[in-house]
Design a protein around this ligand. Structure first.
Ligand code: PMP
Length: 354
């Protein structure tokens, strides 16, 4: 008998690379290519080191109130955490405790099965259809909860709020979590539905559209009852999660709606332009409504392109997994970064033709 028999063994989530070399074009982890709102930097300069002596507000009230004003939901309907990964991990632990399987798509955020394994939650992957769309019927069978991103990742495919409402309506006896990490890039949020369905949890993040991946801020909106259970679990685990600078700077990001809209619109514009250019080069892709594209080339395998791009300082994401092993997930950067990507691909593909 070894102590190792009593270890909770897990196969961890593999995040995209964060290379030390900053001299690359980094299109591999869906970060925002623009700076956070100017108020964030201002706040960082104003902060006094002395403030760090004290524990932060464990309720992150300032940030919760800012989100409450912005999204028109009560503070008691909001939960904040250290990135949406923290919020999602807490939600899995709190809400998915059934013997029936939790349902999520076969192609989706690859952290979901990791949390399910970590917490010993039974789960079932529901195959997306040929066009990478969610099949509503799959979510109508008995289950222990439902989670999927909208738009989905890494496909970028957006489902309608109406379709999601039908799924929630048919699953009133379990918690349905909609992970809206990428919703700001052209989708309709189902956050208003939290007033109607007390079993709906909507999760969002500051990491993409608010350009603050490094600060680690995520949040969830749901009924008071749902949020209450989430808080009980959190305060039984680690009370002080969000640190003081994150709370203060997060507030600044939420306050500057003009800047938020400006950078989101810039990314959407660049995305649509990049779609046209990639199409001309022989790529096909989903009609992504996120800040990334999920593209496949008509003749050159994705694995080869991934390596060639990397060797030339352009990082994108590639998974050698069933159904998606001929696709590249390309984060939308600045116009300039995308032009460099297109230029490289143009030249590389021309060489392949010879
Ligand atoms: N959900 C999805 C679908 C994601 O792609 C990501 C980013 N990896 C997250 C949640 C987590 O993001 P964060 O923890 O930075 O908020």
């Amino acid at each position: 008998m070894s102590w190792e028999n009593n270890v909770r063994k897990v196969e961890p989530y593999v995040a995209g690379e964060q290379p030390k070399n900053h001299d690359i074009i980094k299109l591999n982890t869906n970060e925002c290519p623009y700076q956070p709102a100017p108020g964030v930097a201002r706040k960082a300069r104003e902060m006094q080191c002395d403030d760090l002596r004290l524990y932060p507000d464990m309720n992150a009230e300032k940030l919760v109130n800012a989100l409450s004003d912005y999204y028109h939901v009560k503070p008691s309907q909001l939960f904040v955490g250290v990135g949406s990964d923290d919020v999602l991990a807490m939600a899995f632990m709190t809400f998915f405790n059934s013997d029936k399987p939790v349902l999520f798509p076969d192609i989706t955020y690859s952290f979901y099965d990791v949390w399910a394994e970590l917490y010993r939650i039974p789960y079932k992957r529901c195959p997306l259809n040929e066009d990478f769309r969610i099949r509503k019927e799959d979510y109508l069978s008995p289950n222990g909860g439902i989670i999927f991103p909208n738009p989905n990742a890494p496909t970028g495919v957006l489902e309608s709020a109406d379709m999601i409402e039908e799924i929630i309506k048919a699953n009133r006896d379990v918690v349905v979590i909609i992970d809206e990490a990428y919703i700001d890039f052209g989708g309709e949020s189902v956050m208003p539905l939290i007033e109607k369905y007390d079993n709906l949890l909507v999760v969002q993040t500051f990491s993409k559209s608010r350009a603050m991946a490094g600060m680690r801020i995520g949040f969830a909106a749901g009924s008071e009852k749902l949020i209450g259970y989430l808080k009980d679990a959190k305060f039984s685990f680690n009370s002080y999660t969000l640190n003081m600078p994150a709370i203060e700077m997060g507030v600044e990001a939420v306050k500057d709606d003009g800047y938020f809209k400006e950078i989101v619109n810039k990314i959407i514009k660049t995305r649509e332009k990049t779609k046209k250019e990639l199409k001309e080069l022989g790529f096909t892709f989903t009609d992504s409504k996120s800040n990334f594209l999920f593209a496949s080339h008509e003749s050159v395998p994705a694995s080869e392109l991934f390596q060639a791009l990397k060797d030339n300082g352009i990082y994108v994401r590639y998974w050698n997994k069933p159904r998606i092993n001929n696709r590249l997930r390309i984060t939308i950067g600045t116009d300039e970064q995308m032009e460099k990507l297109i230029l490289f691909l143009k030249e590389y593909l021309k060489k392949q033709e010879k």
